[in-house]
Each structure stands twice: as structure tokens, then as C-alpha cells.
Design a binder for this molecule. Structure first.
Ligand SMILES: *Cc1c(COP(=O)(O)O)cnc(C)c1O
Length: 491
């Protein structure tokens, strides 16, 4: 456990006059401020912590050990896909040839970076069966918004302005309806059937109600229950049949890599989360990237800037296009994330990338089958990279998914995604990813089985978990209602 002396706030460790650094002299040979115009100088010293170097080093080292990440242990967070982030990717992204670039420098001085951008567009197109991509959106939700804007531009270009409704399955990720709303479109929900898949009769009914107003359907496949939507050909007929487009939420493309392609399934527009599918750090660990792909014929609606080739084969930055969306964010998005994902794809190679889907699927099914006698599996059958339990099978114990999640923290595991999807009361969404060893997975299964036993033998102890983490069970309602976001020294 951490040394409490260094675990306080850095301001509490401050002592007047302590120094842990020395700055080089400025070009006038001193620490004077005379290079700055007087009106810009502070009248008062800023209130900064004053600490010696060791205190600072220990303070941050101890805090870093209060975190949990994929480098600490198993992180089965369904939908969010916390897969291993190889450090070679970080090294590539940190190469001075990339970090010293300026986004406004002339194209002929940064052909290498443009080449990476172009190659990545092509690799993603090959992996997904789309015609081309933009790498500019900053996250999955941002990709959804960009993709929906492309769809809206398409309908407008055909003077089909009444198409303002987006059909979204009830199992969808929350960002789908949010993105549609931000895009000014109305959300129409389509129900899941007892098999967890989009209910075709309900879909037909929805489309029949307003065939001329549907802009698109947004689908996640495998859906958020980890189930493969096997009725895509039928869905495609219904949706394209009424003149609407098919949007594919490929945030988590893990199980599909090298196995099947959204483009071949009839999807017109899609996004991928590089920060889930292609192993770049996210959440507290780094920014995202949500490239958007389109089928042939829709390229002209993609946002600028675009990286394109001129007649001589040189790459240049195109900021024009009569029908193009404007810029959806600064410059080319999170290019460092693109570099990391690029390195990841290249280090796997064309052959190994085909192993990602089958291994992620095998691991998820192995856990599901090993636990379904103790945890309630609402939908039987083969899953893909993830699956959902609806809490414990034995409903007499009053032990909740929250209690189980908290207890896992004590055992050194991150909790699964809990209370999502909203289809079940006690959802627990488990995604092991392809990277884990059988030993790690077996020990997780062992702990989950022990917790299920404890739910019967010692349920009170479960209600008190976690007891071994730096913070115990926090009141998340209080934190949401009365957030304290500023340091207040109560002494
Ligand atoms: C994570 C996720 C998103 C949103 O991605 P962000 O990068 O968090 O905005 C959308 N859809 C699905 C299915 C996801 O898992």
C-alpha cells in the first residue's frame, strides 16, 4: 500500500522556499524578467507548490500506483475494449519526425506524414470494405456525428430533405441516439427480439410508418450483447428499399477483423474507434480517434481537409470540395493516435490480424460457458468478443452486480461494464479481448465463482467491498449531484 506521507495533495506537501529545480540562465545572463514587457508581468507571485525533488517524485509515483490500467491487471470492460497497448506504438508516435511537425507546414515538407495518413486510409478501407476514410474525427461519437452529417448531405444532394429520422436498436450504445440528436435528426427506436437481435417485424413496422422520412439505420454488429446480427441481408433490403442508408457503428471491430467486412454487408457509412479496435490507450490514458469510412459515391461528402494525390503522384492537402462537409475539428484529428494504430496494424500484419477476431471470440465464450451455471445468461448461444450476464443466477441473495463489481476490485481485477446495456436490470458486460493468457482468464473465472459462493455464505462482506483499494465504496450520486472540483484547504 502507498506511503501516506507522499499521497497527500502536492499543495499540502509544499514548504515555503523549498526548491526541486534550477532553470538555466536566460540570454541576459540571469533569471531576470526584463525580456517581458512590464504590463505582462504578474503583480503577485502565483501560488504554486514548493517541494524538493524527492517529494515530488514520490508523490507522483505513489499516485500513479493508485490507478488501475491494462498494465496492472485484467480489465474485462465490455464495449469499451481495454486491450493491451504495446509500447512500440508509443515509440513510433514519439519519433521527432512526427512530433516536430506543424499542421500548417507545406505539403512538400511533410510527405512522410501524409503518406502515413494516406496508407492508413487505404488499410482501413481494405479491412472494412469501404471505399475510403477520413481520419479527422476525434472519437467514436465524433465519428458518428460526422457520418450522420455525410448521410444528411447525401439526402440533401438528392433534394430528399424530409429524411430526418434515424432508426436505432434499443440495445445501441448511448452515443448513437446522442449523435443523431446533435445532428438535428429524430431517433426512432427499434426493439430487440427474444434472441437479442433486431426484431425484423418491428423494423418493418417502423419503416412502413414513415418510409420517406427515414435517413438511416445505425447498427452495431456484433451488437452490444455481443451477438452477431445474422439478419443483416434482410435488414439491408428493408432499409435500402425505402431509400435510407445503412450506418455501421464499428467502435469495436475486434471480432470482425479479417473475418468479415461491413462494406460487404451493405453498409454505406461507418466509423471505427482506433482507441478500441487498434489498441491505442483511451479513457484516462489518452485521446481517441474515430475515422469515418464511406462506400463509393459518398467520398465527395467527407469533411476537409483531405489528403489526396496530385497527377504527379505527390500527396497534397485538399481543403476544397463543393459538397464536402467543412472541417469537423482542428486539422487532421489526433494524428498521434493514428500513428499508434498504424504501428499496431503493421506489427500484426495481414495474417496475424485475422487471429484477433477468433481469439477474442474464443476467450469470451470460454468465460461465458465457465460461469453460466452461477451467473444468469439471458441469451444463450455463441457470442462474439463480449457477452452480458444479468447478475447472479440465484436471485434470493440480494447481492447486486454493483457488489460483485466492487468485490472484483479487491481481488485485483477491473470491473466489467455494469448496468449497460439497459435491456437487463443487472447487466454485467464482460470482454476479455484477444490478448489474455489462459492462466489469467482461468484465475478470473475462479474469482467470479468464489464471489458467487460468497453471495450465499457471506453476503454482508460483499456489500462492504472494496476494502483493499485506496478508496472504499464512493457515493456516486453525491459525487454527481454535488461535485467538488476545486481544492479547498479545510485546515
Ligand atoms: C465506445 C463506443 C462508442 C463511442 O466511442 P467514443 O470514442 O467513446 O466516443 C460508440 N459505439 C460503441 C458501440 C462503442 O462501444
Amino acid at each position: 500500500m502507498n506511503n501516506k506521507l507522499y499521497g497527500n495533495l502536492i499543495f499540502e506537501l509544499s514548504r515555503p522556499g523549498r526548491r526541486g529545480y534550477s532553470l538555466p540562465n536566460n540570454r541576459y545572463g540571469g533569471h531576470s524578467t526584463k525580456e517581458l514587457p512590464p504590463e505582462l508581468l504578474r503583480r503577485e507571485q502565483p501560488s504554486l507548490p514548493e517541494c524538493d525533488e524527492m517529494t515530488v517524485v514520490r508523490h507522483y509515483t505513489n499516485h500513479s500506483q493508485n490507478n488501475f490500467g491494462v498494465f496492472n491487471g485484467f480489465y474485462p470492460l465490455g464495449s469499451c475494449t481495454m486491450k493491451y497497448n504495446p509500447l512500440i506504438n508509443e515509440e513510433v508516435a514519439a519519433m521527432p519526425a512526427f512530433t516536430a511537425l506543424h499542421p500548417l507546414q507545406p505539403a512538400h515538407t511533410c510527405q512522410g506524414a501524409l503518406k502515413v495518413y494516406d496508407a492508413m486510409q487505404q488499410m482501413l478501407a481494405a479491412i472494412t470494405g469501404m471505399e475510403t476514410f477520413t481520419l479527422n474525427p476525434f472519437a467514436g461519437a465524433h465519428g458518428e456525428l460526422t457520418g450522420l452529417m455525410v448521410i444528411r448531405s447525401y439526402h440533401r444532394s438528392r433534394h430528399d430533405d424530409c429524411r430526418t429520422k434515424v432508426i436505432i436498436p434499443d440495445s445501441a450504445h448511448g452515443t448513437n441516439p446522442a449523435s443523431a440528436a446533435v445532428c438535428g435528426l429524430d431517433v426512432v427506436e427499434v426493439k430487440s427480439g427474444a434472441d437479442g437481435l433486431v426484431d425484423l417485424d418491428d423494423l418493418r413496422a417502423v419503416v412502413d410508418r414513415f418510409p420517406d422520412e427515414v435517413a438511416a439505420i445505425m447498427m452495431t454488429n456484433p451488437n452490444t450483447l455481443g451477438l452477431f446480427e445474422k439478419n443483416i441481408p434482410e435488414i439491408e433490403k428493408i432499409v435500402h428499399g425505402c431509400g435510407a442508408l445503412m450506418y455501421y457503428d464499428g467502435a469495436n471491430l475486434n471480432p470482425m477483423l479479417g473475418v468479415c467486412r461491413p462494406g460487404d454487408m451493405g453498409f454505406d457509412v461507418m466509423h471505427i474507434n482506433l482507441h478500441k479496435t487498434f489498441a491505442t490507450p483511451h479513457g484516462g490514458g489518452g485521446p481517441g480517434s474515430g475515422p469515418v469510412g464511406v462506400r463509393k459515391g459518398l467520398e465527395r461528402f467527407l469533411p476537409v481537409p483531405r489528403v489526396e494525390k496530385d497527377k504527379a503522384g505527390r500527396l497534397f492537402v485538399n481543403t476544397d470540395g463543393d459538397e464536402a462537409l467543412g472541417s469537423v475539428g482542428a486539422f487532421f484529428g489526433n494524428f498521434s493516435v493514428v500513428l499508434k494504430a498504424f504501428a499496431y496494424i503493421l506489427s500484426l500484419g495481414k495474417e496475424n490480424i485475422k487471429m484477433v477476431g477468433p481469439l477474442a471470440t474464443l476467450n469470451a465464450n470460454y468465460i461465458k460457458e465457465s460461469l453460466k451455471d452461477l451467473y444468469l445468461l439471458p441469451i444463450e448461444g455463441l457470442c462474439k468478443h463480449e457477452f452480458v450476464f444479468d447478475g447472479l443466477k440465484d436471485k434470493s441473495t440480494h447481492v447486486t452486480t454493483m457488489d460483485i463489481a466492487k468485490r472484483l476490485l479487491d481481488e485485483g481485477y477491473h470491473a466489467p461494464t455494469i448496468y449497460f446495456p439497459l435491456l437487463f436490470h443487472e447487466s454485467m458486460m464482460i470482454e476479455p479481448t484477444e490478448n489474455e493468457s489462459k492462466e489469467t482468464i482461468d484465475s478470473f473465472i475462479g474469482v467470479m465463482r468464489r464471489i458467487a459462493e460468497e453471495a450465499i455464505t457471506n453476503p454482508d462482506a460483499l456489500k462492504e467491498a472494496p476494502r483493499r483499494t485506496p478508496a472504499g465504496r464512493v457515493d456516486d450520486v453525491l459525487a454527481a449531484r454535488h461535485p467538488v472540483v476545486k481544492y479547498v484547504n479545510e485546515k
